[in-house]
Structure formats: C-alpha cells, structure tokens
Design a protein around this ligand. Structure first.
Ligand code: NA7
Length: 569
C-alpha cells in the first residue's frame, strides 16, 4: 500500500458512498441530483455492478424476475430498458447497471479501483476521514456504505490448500477472461444457489465434474425463458401496478402469497397446486400456500413434494438419496432455483460426493482428499459462499465517536437500528445493513427504500440545521431484540446452520442477521420513525453544541403499532 496522500489532496465532500452496485449508484443519483450535495463514490472494481461485477461465474443468473429486479424510481428508465429473459444473466445485469450509470451521468463521480481501508469520525469537526487503498483521503459529513450483503467471499481453509498444483477459483471472484473447462477434471465444493447454477454449465465441457456436497439442498426449476413481445408490452402498460405490488408486499418479489392453507385442500388438489407451481417455476413456488413458510407441518408437505420430484429426475438411486437427504425446512435456507441442476447428475461425467458423511480432510497437490479417498482434479471451484452481511463492513477499519471501533461493537454479532445506523457512529448510514430485510427480499426493493429514506433524512437535517444523526443505544438494543422476536415466528429457526445465522464462517458470532418481519412491516416502521422526527435517533447541531433526542414514543411501541402490516415472512 502506498502512503496516504498529503493533506492538501484531501477531497472534501458532503457525502462519500462506498460501492457502485445498485445501492451506490442510486444513492449517488439521489443525493447529488435531488439534494444537490457534493458526492463521490469509491469502488474497488474497475466497473459498476457490485456483486454482479465480481460474480461472473458460469451460469451466474439472478433469481429475482428481471422486470422486478430493476429500479422503479424513474418512469423513463422503466420505459426504455427491456430485459431479454425472465431471469437475467450476470452480463445483462451489468449491462443494465452501466445503462443506468450512463443515463444519469454517474460515472464521472465514481472513483474505480479504489478500496476503502479506514473511515474515522472526527468528533470535533463532525467529519468522516476516509482513506482508500491507492492512498487517497476523503473528508465528508456523511458516509454511506453500499457494500452489499454478499460481497466478501468465503474460501474455507482446508489443510494443504496452497500445495494444490491445479488452478482454483472462487465463484465470487471469477476471472474476467473466464475459465476454460474443456477436457479438464473439475472438482466443485458447494451446492448453494451458486453451486446449483455452475454445476450444469461446467458439466457441459469438463471431462469430469466431481461435486462435493456438504448439505443437500432444495431447488425448484427456474423455468427461465425469453420474455415474449406480448409480455414486454404488458410490462410497459403495467409498471405502476407492478411497482405497487413489489413495494407493498412482504419480500419485494412480483407475487403474492396465496390465502389458502396446505391442509384446507384435498390431497389431490394439493398435489395439483404444487405441480402447477413447480411447472411455473421460480421463487413463487413457496407462495402457492400461505402457511408453507410458517407452519412446519405444511412445510413438510412442500419439502416432500420436492424430494419426490428429485427422485423422479435423478436415475441413480444412491445419488438421489444423497440429494434428498436434506436437513432443513424448505425455505429456511435461501431456496435456490435452477436450470437442469438435478438432471445434470444423470450425466456420466458427473459424480456426487457426500462430504457430510465423508468430510474433506485436505487439499492435496492433485485434488481433494476426503475420509474415504482422494479425487484427482485439474481445476477446483469454490462455490462456498460469503461471509455475509458483516464482513464487507468489518474489513474496513471503521471508528466512530471517541475511537469506538465497529469491530468491537459487533464483536458478539452485528447490532444496528433498522439496519441503517449503529450507535456511536454519527452520520454513517449502512444501506441494507444487518438488521434490515435485505437478502430476504428482491434486493432492489429494499435498496430503493433505504436510499430514499437516507435522502429524506439528510434533507430533513439540512432543513432543520441538524448536523448529525446517530442511533441511540436504547433503540439499537430494542431493534436487536425485535429481530430475534420476529425470526422466532418463522421457519428460519429450523436452519440455524445457515449463513443467515453466520454459521458458515468458523468463529463468526451466531445470530439471525437480516430482519425477518417482512418488507411491508419494515417499511412502515421506517416511515413512522421518520414521520416522528426520527424517533430512536439522537440528532444535534455540533456548531451550536446542542444535542436533541426526540422524546415521543419508544421503538417497541412503534413496532407494535405497525404489526398490523404483517404479511408473512
Ligand atoms: P451459500 O448459499 O453459502 O452456499 C455455499 C455452499 O458451500 C454450501 O453448499 C455450503 O455447504 C458449501 N460449503 C461452504 N463451506 C464448506 C466447506 N468448508 N466444506 C464443504 N462445503 C462447504 O453460497 P452461494 O454462493 O451458493 O449463495 C449465496 C447467495 O448468493 C445466495 O443465497 C444468493 O442470494 C446469491 P453448507 O450448506 O454450509 O453445508
């Protein structure tokens, strides 16, 4: 790392945003063009896209429907952009984000190839001082992190890994130029949403693919297809209704959960409904009954249906047994959708190795050694996920009031108020931070909500001559309690080994990180907080030495007030 730039090179700004994915781009536009502030974005990659910039692995595809995986803040943009498929591939999402960045002339304010190392709050000047890897310094009043929830990769540390003679890649840091698997023996570790996407594609060209599965997973067909001209026409005429739907329902996806319950219908009728949902494909499968996501007995029937489907697809009985030996409730871990995943195990160049019963002991120079033997491979693919939701923030040395370190505050797990702020870190906003619905939703929906909430908040501060805002300790503690309360009403508690709980990273504190109370309820709470002059936050004016904490009502009462908006997970 080079030395920091001399002081006279410090870039002074109203706002610095970290990250140029969906969140960073829209936040830049919102604060620069709508509020007229001086704003820059710093981005580690050399292009826009965030998680989509890095995740270029074969088969990378969004599991939200394209027309909902879009910005809805600008009518013209909605009218101009046409998605080509039901589920957009990685390259198309990156094209879309470039289109947005160019349309709104955002790139001139983005500093690429620039990774934030530290961000320290200077209390006497009420400024954040931010240092980046090329040694650039920024000084800003507001610091907004738009670093994504799934951006810091998890590469497990197996003994002997550095002695491996072949090439290895993590799906979340895929080389720009791609990887040629033709005629190669490939080993892949991981069968989460990512692994389920890569496996069918790698199998097409590899001489042999060995899949190392630790946990078997449910998956429903994506039924991906080109969007027809008729559907495109329908979209153009109905964006307002779609917007209303995705912004008012529980998970930001363009479907509503059915009212009917699993046991309200006959066995035959239930089978038909599951069958129809399976054929339609995609994430809406879980919405075909109202109680699949809440009631374990209802969930068991959905799980049983999927397992029967897997058995009907996979010809080898042993392989089918490994694939259906699933240890969690359907949807309690992120439910993948796929294209030919289970079918791929019928190929004679694909082998499934169960590394739960026969764990990986080491990586050898030639391949992967499990308890039962060694598998020689030329290329090793780690589809092993992310240190989700916290690592990207903790990788930055963030220090708030009196040198308070975020790493210390989060030592036992992340704590925030609304996922938006942490007590002790004034004017630091964390878009889709832990404690917000984020990964449980179609991401652009919570992103737009956070960006607009932050814009309104800063606008309110300017109008009222308030120079800092900071979550109070009390509201943060109450929010953390509330996160636990709501998750206990869901089936997520049946998969405490998921990355939602931080369980995929050895030594990471365990606790459910996203907010499971539903986007509708969350939005209502955020609106109430803002409408009540930012109850739960401490606001003040450093120039006049005044600090003001809105009295009003406490957060737990507020939460009860909006419980009525609850709509499932
Ligand atoms: P996930 O969902 O965290 O999946 C990672 C996979 O890697 C999963 O099958 C893990 O098994 C496996 N894994 C992780 N560490 C190991 C070790 N040490 N040994 C064997 N297997 C391991 O990440 P994805 O990238 O698939 O998806 C993340 C999100 O990105 C997804 O939800 C979408 O939103 C996009 P495990 O299940 O932990 O036993």
């Amino acid at each position: 790392m080079k030395k920091s730039a001399p002081n006279n090179d410090v870039v002074k700004l109203d706002v610095l945003i970290v990250g140029a994915g969906f969140s960073g781009l829209y936040q830049l536009l919102s604060l620069r063009d709508k509020l007229g502030l001086s704003v820059k974005v710093v981005e580690a990659g050399d292009g826009v896209g965030g998680t989509w910039y890095w995740n270029r692995y074969p088969g990378a595809r969004c599991d939200s429907e394209s027309y909902a995986y879009s910005f809805y803040f600008d009518k013209e943009l909605l009218g101009e952009w046409q998605w080509s498929e039901r589920y957009p591939g990685q390259a198309e999402v990156v094209r879309y984000l470039n289109y947005v960045a160019d349309k709104f002339d955002l790139k001139r304010d983005i500093k690429f190839n620039s990774r934030v190392l530290s961000a320290h709050y200077n209390q006497s000047r009420n400024k954040w001082v931010v240092t980046t890897e090329p040694g650039q310094q920024f000084e800003c009043t507001y610091l907004v992190t738009a670093v994504g929830c799934l951006s810091s990769t998890n590469v497990p540390k197996f003994p002997g890994q550095d002695r491996f003679k072949g090439d290895w890649f993590h799906t979340g840091r895929w080389p720009n130029e791609g990887v040629d698997f033709t005629g190669k023996r490939v080993g892949q570790i991981g069968t989460g949403s990512t692994g389920i996407q890569t496996i069918p594609i790698i199998a097409e060209t590899a001489s042999h693919l060995t899949v190392f599965q630790r946990s078997a997973n449910y998956s429903v067909p994506a039924s991906n297809r080109p969007l027809s001209a008729d559907f495109q026409k329908y979209l153009r005429g109905n964006y307002e209704d779609i917007k209303k739907m995705i912004q008012s329902n529980t998970n930001g996806h363009p479907f509503v959960f059915s009212d009917r319950k699993v046991f309200d219908v006959s066995d035959e009728e239930r089978e038909e409904i599951f069958e129809e949902a399976w054929t339609r494909g995609g994430l809406s499968f879980r919405g075909c009954f109202q109680d699949v996501a809440f009631d374990k007995k209802a969930n068991d029937l959905a799980a049983d249906f999927i397992k029967r489907k897997i058995r009907s697809i996979v010809k080898n009985r042993e392989t089918a047994k490994k694939l259906t030996n699933i240890d969690h409730a359907f949807g309690s871990k992120r439910p993948p959708i796929d294209t030919n995943y289970f079918e791929t195990f019928n190929r004679n160049n694909v082998t499934l190795v169960d590394v739960k019963s026969s764990p990986i002991k080491s990586i050898t120079p030639k391949g992967v050694k499990t308890k039962d033997g060694e598998y020689e491979v030329d290329i090793l693919v780690f589809a092993t996920g992310f240190d989700a939701m916290t690592r990207a923030l903790l990788n930055i040395d963030i220090q708030g009031r009196d040198g308070l370190k975020l790493r210390d505050v989060w030592e036992d797990g992340p704590k925030t108020f609304l996922g938006l702020q942490v007590a002790g870190f004034p004017n630091l906003f964390t878009i889709t931070g832990p404690g917000s619905p984020s990964v449980l939703c179609n991401m652009p929906v919570p992103i737009e909500q956070h960006v607009e909430w932050i814009q309104d908040c800063i606008s309110y501060m300017k109008k009222n001559k308030i120079s800092f805002i900071e979550a109070t300790e009390g509201s943060m503690e109450k929010w953390v309690e509330h996160i636990d309360e709501v998750v206990n009403e869901t089936l997520f508690i049946h998969a405490k080994n998921s990355w939602y709980y931080g369980a995929n990273i050895p030594g990471k504190p365990r606790g459910f990180m996203p907010y499971a109370g539903g986007m509708a309820r969350y939005r209502a709470i955020c609106n109430d907080v803002a409408n009540q002059n930012y109850v739960g936050f401490k606001l003040g004016d450093t120039d006049r030495g005044k600090t003001y904490t809105p009295p009003k009502i406490s957060v737990d009462i507020l939460v009860e007030d909006v419980m009525a908006n609850r709509q499932g997970i």
